[in-house]
Design a protein around this ligand. Structure first.
Ligand SMILES: Nc1ncnc2c1ncn2[C@@H]1O[C@H](COP(=O)(O)OP(=O)(O)OP(=O)(O)O)[C@@H](O)[C@H]1O
Length: 248
């Protein structure tokens, strides 16, 4: 099976330091792939390379079989790759509903843009996303009063309003309470029905609950990939990453 996203022999150097080194992986459509590894392994740099924020020194990135390696960042977003960063970017003085509407109007798919003022399309999408993100009861609230967890869910909702085919997430549960993590786990399980996700995450409990595939990076290279059971049983992964996690 070919991946929706395929990374082939990717390398990236900053000055003389090679931080991504001949790294290859893929994300299959309709799955959640978690990218894990020790601090400095190159996870964020890989996400930056996928979205076109930075360009690789060598290698290729294919999205839906198109080579997007040299494409400009906004064209990659338009092709259907959305990203939710760790730091929220919601408009605090606007309501939850207005935030979702603004995200919809920033729809990056040009075909969809033609219909952006069609109210039914917006309403339908807004209801669907609010339900998925667990925000139906909070639509009228000012975004500024939301809890940390709710703000993160609103951010996820805002990315979903743009209907990405692939959704990248940077540490989505950072700073969340136990109950917020539980709810986020459910949101991700629901998301899997309609989206493809690549998630950078340190919390192995969360990874265990959501991941179809786990990819482990170490020093810019692929160390291991497989199911969570395969990863947790892998001695090399235990040595460089999981052992360190358990000790923390
Ligand atoms: N712009 C840059 N210039 C120089 N070095 C960089 C730059 N960006 C990242 N690096 C280096 O690349 C390496 C990989 O960093 P990266 O942030 O991708 O790791 P990470 O796996 O996301 O780590 P963490 O889990 O701590 O977020 C690190 O050694 C970092 O210092």
């Amino acid at each position: 099976m070919t991946g929706l996203l395929e990374i082939r022999n990717l390398s990236k150097s900053f000055d003389t330091t090679k931080v991504i080194n001949d790294f290859s992986m893929e994300v299959v459509e309709g799955t959640i792939c978690c990218l894990v590894g020790p601090n400095g392994a190159g996870k964020t740099t890989t996400m930056d390379l996928i979205t076109g924020r930075i360009k690789p020194t060598s290698g290729q990135i294919l999205f839906a079989t198109d080579d997007i390696t040299a494409r400009h960042e906004h064209l990659i977003a338009r092709a259907g790759i959305g990203r939710k960063f760790q730091v929220p970017a919601v408009l605090r003085d606007m309501s939850v509903r207005q935030n979702l509407e603004v995200a919809y109007s920033r729809q990056t798919n040009p075909f969809r843009n033609l219909f952006k003022f069609r109210k039914e399309g917006l309403k339908e999408k807004l209801d669907e996303v609010a339900t998925l993100a667990g925000l139906t009861d909070r639509l009228k609230e000012r975004a500024g009063i939301l809890s940390h967890g709710e703000t993160q869910w609103l951010e996820i909702g805002m990315v979903l309003m743009q209907e990405p085919r692939l959704l990248l997430m940077d540490e989505p549960i950072a700073g969340m309470t136990e109950s917020e993590i539980e709810k986020t786990t459910q949101i991700f399980k629901d998301l899997r029905q309609s989206a493809t996700l690549l998630v950078v995450e340190h919390d192995m409990g969360f990874v265990r609950n959501i991941a179809d595939v786990v990819v482990v990076m170490h020093m810019g290279s692929l160390l291991a990939q497989g199911s969570i059971q395969e990863i947790e049983a892998d001695r090399r992964v235990r040595d460089v990453y999981l052992g360190e996690q358990e000790a923390a």
